[in-house]
Write a protein that binds this ligand. Structure first.
Ligand SMILES: Cc1cc2nc3c(=O)[nH]c(=O)nc-3n(C[C@H](O)[C@H](O)[C@H](O)COP(=O)(O)OP(=O)(O)OC[C@H]3O[C@@H](n4cnc5c(N)ncnc54)[C@H](O)[C@@H]3O)c2cc1C
Ligand code: FES
Length: 523
């Protein structure tokens, strides 16, 4: 199964792969879209509805990126607080932000109805409760800011794991099965004359279109890059957002033992007061006797788990301990996986014209933990930009916006702090003990004849070597033993053991050597 890591999510395991044929002939179209996650597919769907000719290329299957690894809460109760958004952007803008996410949920609901999509879409309530490291006033402030932003929110008390917790109740939130939704959207796109190609990597991208690995061209009037981290933007956007890994477990619970709702805590301010990692919880029907309880959290900057001395693979146990405290109805854990989110420096996604590029090139990125609605907003907004319609969210989400005072402390802390952590955790000496102690399905960086190489032993005892300088801007990649990937701490590029790209901004694989014979006989 093609996905951005070694673990399978419950979504990927409960939906046939959404595969189309590979692109083998040159095409000419109105719009070429690169990336088949919720952003690319929503944009393709909206453009087809607006009468545009669309070609979408995806280098895995549809949904094999972060959309297949999400938890699919559809919310206007954002993971950044409204009191924070109002202080950064003003109350009117906070209201506009809320409206855009509400419109995205309404859009999904309408499409589910209109296309008759069987994706367990449900309107649910969302409960935000206080993390022990947060101050009680923050709920009061969020209530006031949420009401001013026009949300339907009220104060309440909830009981979780026998604890009575002060909380805010957000009405009109929603949840769905993201891949079943994408599958139906793709079917609709094709029925409207849109073309979708999977297993098709866009190697070169510019304002005239794309060229695939095999040299096939798609010429287009408009080019949309919806690759989560934009692979066509080498520098600017990667100074404006930070990659985080986030972890999920899914456990069986007796059917209806826990109601259908969304739960979030306000985040651990002891770990990071600017972007406090929070827990996020929902349920999903599993079978006649059980539901799945899907719990996420324990985030850390990509490639820098060691800075907190908690390796990637140890994060699930911490997540489980937290979940069992609040949801003791949990039985056995049947899935675990992790994924990556891009945290924008001022909390809002970047959707629109690619900065310093021709006017007909667009990007979608900076999804944060709200990429389901941000991806849907991208469908609506980019369609309006391409069809020349006014859209009230154009400036709000413009990738060219840059006001340092709005990003302020967070920018310096995340950017400079991340760089310092990178330098601190960057090994000064590399392992020269050879490969004998390298176990199956493990990787490490070794030094050999003055060269640094990433080594991985697969389950068949074959060795794989990759160059360890990231193909984006040359930072040293780090082995992620949980998802079996080489992760770059600088801007979040990730590669599998063969050096193939799992996440951008890199768009070129790491050079890979398998079973280098001389190498093996020498060490
Ligand atoms: C664990 C986790 C939990 C989350 N929970 C939530 C949640 O509850 N609610 C919410 O709103 N958001 C959530 N998010 C965020 C959300 O899932 C993502 O923001 C969203 O799925 C991103 O969608 P996308 O289409 O932008 O990117 P992706 O789904 O990553 O799609 C990009 C696609 O581009 C393809 N691609 C890349 N390069 C190329 C190329 N050169 N040629 C062709 N194709 C290419 C990739 O293969 C990929 O499929 C969560 C994320 C994670 C990881
Ligand atoms: S992601 Fe930028 S250098 Fe690796």
């Amino acid at each position: 199964m093609f996905t951005a890591g070694s673990h399978l999510s419950s979504w990927i395991d409960s939906c046939e792969p959404i595969a189309y044929s590979k692109l083998t002939e040159n095409r000419t179209t109105d719009v070429i879209i690169v990336g088949g996650g919720i952003s690319g597919v929503s944009i393709a769907y909206c453009l087809c509805k607006a009468g545009k000719k669309v070609v979408l290329v995806e280098d895995g299957y549809i949904g094999s990126g972060e959309t297949g690894r999400t938890t699919a809460h559809l919310v206007n109760a954002l993971d950044d607080r409204y009191y924070d958004l109002a202080s950064k952007f003003g109350e009117d803008t906070a209201k506009l932000i809320a409206e855009s996410h509400s419109a995205a949920i309404d859009f999904v609901e309408r499409v589910v109805g209109a296309e008759g999509i069987d994706c367990n879409f449900e309107r649910v309530k969302g409960y935000l409760f206080l993390h022990p490291s947060d101050k009680p006033e923050s709920l009061e402030r969020e209530l006031e800011a949420g009401l001013k932003a026009g949300l339907s929110v009220e104060k309440t008390t909830i009981t979780l794991g026998g604890k009575s917790l002060e909380a805010l109740q957000f009405n009109n939130q929603a949840q769905f099965h993201p891949l079943r939704y994408l599958k139906a959207l793709c079917k609709a796109i094709v029925s409207m004359g849109g073309e979708i190609y999977t297993d098709t990597h866009a190697k070169d991208i510019d304002h005239t279109g794309i060229t695939t690995n095999e040299g096939i061209n798609v010429s287009a009037k408009h080019v949309v890059v919806a690759t989560n981290s934009p692979v066509n933007n080498k520098y600017i956007m990667h100074l404006r957002q930070y990659p985080y890994r986030t972890y999920v477990i899914a456990a069986r619970v007796a059917k209806k033992a826990i109601g259908q709702a969304l739960w979030w805590d306000t985040g651990n301010f002891d770990v990071n007061a600017d972007i406090p990692p929070y827990h996020y919880v929902r349920t999903e029907p599993l079978n006649d006797t059980h539901d799945l309880l899907i719990v996420g959290g324990e985030d850390h900057p990509t490639g820098l788990a060691d800075a907190e001395h908690i390796p990637e693979e140890k994060r699930y146990k911490i997540l489980e301990d937290w979940a069992r405290e609040y949801f003791p109805q949990m039985e056995d854990i049947v899935y675990k996986w992790s994924g990556q989110v891009m945290e924008p420096m001022d909390s809002l996604a970047y959707i629109g014209h690619n900065p310093l590029d021709k006017d007909n090139v667009y990007i979608v990125t900076g999804d944060s933990g709200n990429g389901m609605t941000h991806g849907t907003i991208a469908g609506l907004l980019i369609t309006d930009l391409i069809t020349g319609k006014d859209n009230p969210w154009k400036d709000l989400y413009s990738p060219s916006r840059f006001k340092l005072f709005k990003a302020g402390k967070t920018f310096f802390k995340e950017f400079v702090g991340g760089f310092v952590s990178y330098l601190k955790t960057k090994p000064k000496h590399f392992d020269n003990t050879g490969l004998k102690d390298l176990k199956a399905k493990e990787g490490k960086i070794i030094e050999f004849v003055g060269e640094k190489l990433g080594a991985y032993r697969d389950e068949k005892d074959e060795l794989h070597f990759v160059e360890v300088e990231c193909t984006h801007l040359g930072c040293l990649v780090k082995w992620n033993n949980d998802e079996k990937s080489w992760d770059c701490p600088c801007h979040g590029s990730r590669f599998n053991h063969k050096g193939e790209v799992l996440n951008g901004p890199a768009n070129v694989p790491l050079r890979h050597y398998s079973q280098h014979k001389d190498f093996l006989t020498n060490i």
